[in-house]
Design a protein around this ligand. Structure first.
Ligand code: NDP
Length: 277
C-alpha cells in the first residue's frame, strides 16, 4: 500500500478550513525567510498558499542574506508582540552568518508553530502538551492514517536530528511503541532495520534503505528529500524495491512533505486557540 500524504493533507486542510470558517477571528501566520535559498523559497511559497487556502492570514517577511543577527532578532520580537500573529516560523536553514539557535530561542513558545523552541522541545521530551514539530507530527498522522497500531510495535527511527529524528522518537514513545534510534554511530544498521515493524527514515542519504534492510510487512515512512545530480527528487528509501517487501510505504514526493505543511496549519490554529483561551 502506498500511503498517500497528498490525500491526507487535503483531508486535513478541508477539516481545518471548516473549523476556521466558524471562528470569530482570523488566525495569523508569519513566515520569516532570510536569504535566497531556492528550495526554501519554494517551501515558503507552498506554506503561504496552503495557509490562505484554509483561511489563515499568512504573510512572508523576506529579509536579505546580509541581515544582521540583531535585525533578525528585532523582527522576531516584533512578531512576538503583534496580536494578529498567532504563529511564527523562521524558515531554516538560515545563512551561516546567523546563530540559528539564538533566533529560535527568541520566538515566543506560544507562537512557536515549528515546535523548535527549548520550551516546546522540553514539553515534548517530558510527554506534556505543547506545540510539536510539524514533520514529526505528520509522520505520526500518516501512521495513524495507514491504520498502524503503535502500541507495542517495534519502531526504528533512522536519524536523531533535533528537527526530525528526536521528536519522532519522542512521539512514537508517547504512542507506546518500543523505539530504537539509529544514527551514524549505529553498528549494523541493516540488522536494526530488519528487526523493526515500523521504520521512519530521516537521514538525508538518497535511497539508503534497501529492500534487504526491510522485514516482510514492515511499514516505512520516508522523510528524506534528496535532489540527485540529474534533478530527480528521491527519499532516503529505495521506494520501488522496498514497496515489494513492505506492507505500506510513503512516496517521495507526496508523502511526508504535504503533511508537514498541513501540520503547520494545524499548529497555527492550535496556537491561536491556546492564546485566546
Ligand atoms: P540531519 O542531517 O540534521 O540529520 C541526519 C541524521 O541522520 C543524523 O542524526 C545523522 O547521524 C544520521 N545519519 C547521517 N548519515 C548516516 C548514515 N550513513 N548512517 C546512519 N545515520 C546517518 O537531517 P534532518 O533530520 O534535518 O533531515 C533528514 C532528511 O529529511 C533530509 O533528507 C531532509 O531533507 C528531510 N526533511 C524532510 C522534511 C519534509 O517535510 N519532508 C522536513 C525536514 C527534513 P548523526 O547524528 O550521528 O550525525
Amino acid at each position: 500500500m502506498i500511503i498517500d500524504g497528498k490525500k491526507l493533507a487535503e483531508i486535513t486542510r478541508t477539516s481545518l478550513a471548516e473549523t476556521i470558517a466558524k471562528l470569530n477571528f482570523v488566525p495569523g501566520l508569519a513566515v520569516v525567510l532570510v536569504g535566497d535559498d531556492a528550495a526554501s523559497a519554494v517551501y515558503v511559497r507552498n506554506k503561504d498558499r496552503a495557509a490562505h487556502s484554509v483561511g489563515i492570514a499568512a504573510r512572508t517577511i523576506r529579509l536579505p542574506a546580509t541581515t544582521q543577527q540583531a535585525e533578525l532578532l528585532a523582527v522576531v520580537a516584533q512578531l512576538n508582540a503583534d496580536p494578529d500573529v498567532d504563529g511564527i516560523l523562521v524558515q531554516l536553514p538560515l545563512p551561516k552568518s546567523l546563530d540559528t539557535q539564538a533566533v529560535i530561542r527568541t520566538i515566543d513558545p506560544a507562537k512557536d508553530v515549528d515546535g523548535l523552541t527549548p520550551t516546546n522541545a522540553g514539553l515534548l521530551a517530558a510527554g506534556q502538551p505543547g506545540l510539536v514539530p510539524c514533520t514529526p507530527l505528520g509522520v505520526i498522522k500518516l501512521l495513524e492514517y495507514a491504520g498502524v497500531t503503535l502500541r507495542g510495535t517495534r519502531a526504528l527511527v533512522l536519524g536523531r536530528s533535533v528537527l526530525v529524528g528526536k521528536p519522532v522518537a519522542a512521539l512514537l514513545t508517547a504512542a507506546d511503541a518500543t523505539v530504537t534510534v539509529a544514527h551514524s554511530g549505529t553498528r549494523d544498521l541493516a540488522v536494526e532495520c530488519r528487526r523493526a515493524e515500523v521504520i521512519v527514515a530521516a537521514v538525508g542519504r538518497p535511497e539508503m534503505v534497501r529492500a534487504d534492510w526491510v522485514s516482510n510487512q514492515a511499514v516505512v515512512i520516508d522523510v528524506g528529500i534528496n535532489r540527485l545530480p540529474d534533478g530527480r527528487l528521491v527519499g532516503d528509501v529505495a521506494t520501488a524495491e522496498v514497496a515489494e517487501i513492505a506492507s505500506a510505504i510513503t512516496p517521495v514526493p507526496g508523502g511526508v512533505g504535504p503533511m508537514t505543511i498541513a501540520c503547520l496549519l494545524e499548529n497555527t490554529l492550535a496556537a491561536a486557540l491556546m492564546r485566546r483561551s
